[in-house]
Ligand binder design. Structure first.
Ligand code: SF4
Length: 65
């Protein structure tokens, strides 16, 4: 399973990067989130990413196969 951030929806709240800093980074230019993990998530990473997904007020985070 992988995780993605929809750049068109993200508003740069930073909550995901605070919840899972090993998975989400914030772009210098606009503060919007991007995924640091390029491959499949480990179980621990999935759990952390899910916490960020739940906490994202814009629902910009999703999982993909
Ligand atoms: S919490 Fe959601 S809206 Fe905020 S920076 Fe992260 S992905 Fe973007």
């Amino acid at each position: 399973m992988r995780v993605r951030v929809d750049e068109n929806i993200c508003q740069g709240h930073t909550l995901c990067a605070m919840a899972a800093p090993e998975i989400f980074g914030l772009r210098d230019e606009d503060g919007h989130s991007y995924v640091l993990v390029t491959g499949e998530l480990t179980a621990d990473q999935q759990a952390a990413a899910n916490s960020a997904l739940i906490g994202c007020p814009e629902r910009a985070i999703s999982f993909t196969d």
